[in-house]
Design a protein. Structure first.
Length: 255
């Protein structure tokens, strides 16, 4: 019976009928109260829906049933990190790794939390480990590149963003990040090329539009700069942190 309920829940989830899916997962939890799987499934859906505290509660309940559930530690840690509770998140990722010391996701996620706390050496160590286990992990290359930017190691940052682009097709943010580093290295033409590549993947990306507009302005290409800033304001939420700067750029350009 429990398997039939889970099949129904997953079907509703695939159809994006999320309330029906949650109801079915709830039935599964009641039908099999000593089974961690329905809790893990419901917790993952709650996390996807942005209901982080409810997701944490389900993952905690799953761990009470199965204290060796690596997925529960990792997923709960991810939710703690989303709530800005990085110390607690690190505890969960570390617990996951004490059970499975080759879990790529736990090294990767712990590395991100270390970086958020400013512990960059610990972050690099975890991302290095994640990449040793999964050399095709685009997210790990991208985030390691961001740490290299923070430490001023721009050439290593370029290498990591380039590797992220190589292993993860369509990774617009890595083009944008690499473009910013090329600017720091004084290569404006390559920076603009990277912003353009990012926009070929995500045409309304606010960061890439702003950065390309600013780069065009810096090299005296006023018409292209105006077009990028205007498109950024047209297609992006007014609450985006770069919107104010785009308005300032337009004023400086006489618009």
């Amino acid at each position: 019976m429990i398997n039939e309920i889970l099949v129904a829940a997953r079907y509703y989830e695939e159809q994006e009928q999320y309330q029906e899916a949650l109801a079915e997962y709830g039935r599964a939890v009641q039908a099999s109260p000593n089974d961690a799987e329905p809790l893990l499934c419901r917790g993952a859906l709650l996390a996807e829906l942005g209901q982080y505290e409810a997701g944490i509660a389900d993952f905690s309940a799953a761990l009470a049933i199965d204290p060796y559930a690596v997925t529960a530690y990792n997923n709960r840690g991810d939710l703690y990190a989303s709530l800005g509770r990085h110390e607690t998140a690190i505890e969960d990722f570390t617990s996951a790794l004490s059970i499975d010391n080759e879990d790529v996701d736990s090294y990767y996620n712990r590395g991100l939390s270390w970086a958020e706390l400013g512990n960059l050496q610990e972050a690099l160590a975890d991302l290095d480990k994640a990449l040793s286990l999964d050399p095709l992990h685009g997210g790990a290359y991208n985030n390691r590149g961001l740490i290299h930017v923070r430490t001023g190691d721009y050439h290593r940052a370029v290498a990591d963003f380039s590797k992220a682009i190589e292993v993860r097709t369509g990774f617009a943010c890595s083009y944008d990040h690499r473009g910013l580093v090329y600017e720091k290295l004084g290569d404006m033409s390559q920076a603009i090329a990277d912003y353009t590549a990012a926009l070929s993947i995500a045409p309304h990306n606010a960061d890439a539009l702003y950065h390309r507009g600013a780069a065009y302005a810096a090299v005296g290409e006023k018409a292209q700069a105006l077009e990028d800033f205007q498109q950024m304001l047209q297609f992006n939420d007014a609450r985006h942190p770069l919107v104010r700067l785009a308005h300032q750029q337009l004023q400086a350009l006489g618009k």
